[in-house]
Design a protein around this ligand. Structure first.
Ligand SMILES: Cc1cc2nc3c(=O)[nH]c(=O)nc-3n(C[C@H](O)[C@H](O)[C@H](O)COP(=O)(O)O)c2cc1C
Length: 187
């Protein structure tokens, strides 16, 4: 008899209920930046789950200094790809998620809060077998052009454009060794 992980998980859920938590490490380590996409559309309910994941990110004083855009029209995706020198893949991904930061809500932490929300979106997407790739925008000379293209209000910043869709390649990545990064008790 072969061991089937999916059947095993199903059995666990049947016996212990839906609320059983799994360690997130495997999921976190398995996420890769995806730069090639299938044309398969993203199911709207999956997209809503990703947005909900972003909504539930932590933020300083729970101020939630963010707004989110979803862009699917090919015309806009192609123009975004033209404007972003390292984000050409958004012409191919069926969806672009655009996190906006609002410094009028939290002047100090608008960027870090919105970055956390964006990562939550990306992790949820990965858990649903969707690929993503973050392409940074905030502070670049093309940020004003992206704002103009999408009619984004003056007071908001564009943190990034994030491609979303079904992966059409698989990638490996690496990280610096933990021992070179971690300092315990004192530096
Ligand atoms: C702030 C930030 C900006 C990034 N900008 C780009 C970008 O412009 N284009 C791109 O292809 N990837 C971009 N990335 C993705 C990184 O290249 C990627 O996360 C890194 O190489 C590690 O690969 P992995 O995500 O597959 O583990 C960015 C990531 C971050 C966090």
């Amino acid at each position: 008899m072969t061991f089937k992980l999916d059947n095993f998980k199903k059995e666990i859920k049947e016996n212990f209920g839906e609320n059983i938590m799994e360690d997130a490490l495997e999921l976190l380590k398995g996420r890769r930046s995806i730069r090639k996409y299938k044309s398969t559309p993203v199911e709207p309910d999956k997209l809503e789950k990703c947005l909900e994941a972003a909504q539930w990110a932590p933020s300083a004083s729970n101020k939630q200094p963010w707004e989110f855009m979803i862009v699917t029209k090919e015309e806009y995706r192609k123009k975004l790809a033209d404007l972003h020198p390292y984000g050409k893949f958004v012409a191919e991904s069926p969806v672009v998620f655009i996190p906006l930061t609002n410094p009028t809500i939290h002047a100090k932490y608008h960027q870090s809060d919105t970055a956390l929300a964006t990562l939550q979106f990306m992790i949820e997407a990965h858990s649903l077998n969707l690929g993503t790739c973050f392409a940074g925008v905030i502070g670049t000379d093309f940020e004003p052009k992206i704002k103009k293209l999408l009619n984004i209000p003056e007071h908001l910043h564009v943190l990034a454009i994030v491609a979303v869709g079904y992966p059409n390649h698989s990638r490996k990545s690496s990280r610096k060794p933990l021992e070179s990064l971690v300092h315990r008790e004192t530096f």
